[in-house]
Design a protein around this ligand. Structure first.
Ligand SMILES: [Zn+2]
Length: 223
């Protein structure tokens, strides 16, 4: 029973780890989970502009400031809904940084906090996709996991496996991945164009293999 539980946690964590690197891309599968559909985002952006305009004109023409402020507030709300992904990433990053600064959390909180904070602003497949980032992230998660054996360690290992399998999958694409400090060091096998159906299939396959391997390890460790 416990093995199934561990396998499930490792599985779920590795799927998350496999999706997470592409949070640095505006319309990746992972990002879509954090934002409205593109049609609704457009609508919210348009509404935001209209509301802000009405609010400002209202106040400038000398009508009630309170009513103008309500229009402006509605404009800010609509604008925030249009940028839900950015706000969620920054807020979770801030949470991690606060935990690190005030509650003495592990340094992996500082690291992921900064990563989440910069995620909406960095170029796709740059820092977040670099092997250097993956090494520090894996090290941090592993050290943190070792301090909390059991399910925490299992999910850390799953996340690490998912993350590396994602990078491994990206290597096959035309963009590839590159080193952060030695940008000339780039691995791109160019087997397919990034964004195509082949990319999706290969990344799914890599994830399945990674998950199978970790479930196998989990079972071996347990028995
Ligand atoms: Zn990627």
């Amino acid at each position: 029973m416990e093995v199934i539980g561990f396998g499930g946690v490792i599985c779920a964590a590795s799927i998350m780890g496999g999706l997470a690197p592409d949070l640095d891309h505006k319309t990746s599968t992972a990002s879509q989970k954090l934002q409205l559909s593109s049609g609704k985002r457009k609508l919210m952006r348009a509404l935001s502009g209209i509301f802000l305009f009405i609010g400002c004109v209202w106040i400038l023409l000398g009508y009630s400031i309170q009513v103008g402020a309500i229009w402006i507030g509605a404009g800010i709300m609509a604008g925030s809904l249009a940028r839900l992904r950015t706000i969620i990433l920054i807020a979770s990053g801030a949470l991690m940084l606060i935990g690190y600064a005030m509650y003495d959390w592990h340094w992996i909180a500082l690291f992921t906090g900064i990563a989440l904070f910069i995620m909406p602003f960095v170029k796709h497949r740059w820092i977040i996709h670099s092997p250097e980032f993956a090494i520090v992230l894996s090290l941090g998660l592993f050290v943190f996991g070792s301090q909390h054996p059991g399910l925490v360690m299992a999910s850390c290992l799953g996340f690490i496996a998912g993350w590396w399998s994602h990078l491994f999958g990206d290597i096959f694409g035309s963009d590839g991945i590159r080193s952060l400090f030695v940008p000339k060091f780039k691995i791109a096998l160019r087997l397919f164009n990034n964004g195509g159906a082949a990319e999706r299939m290969i990344s799914k396959l890599c994830q399945l293999v990674a998950i199978a391997i970790w479930i196998f390890y989990g079972a071996v460790l347990y028995f």
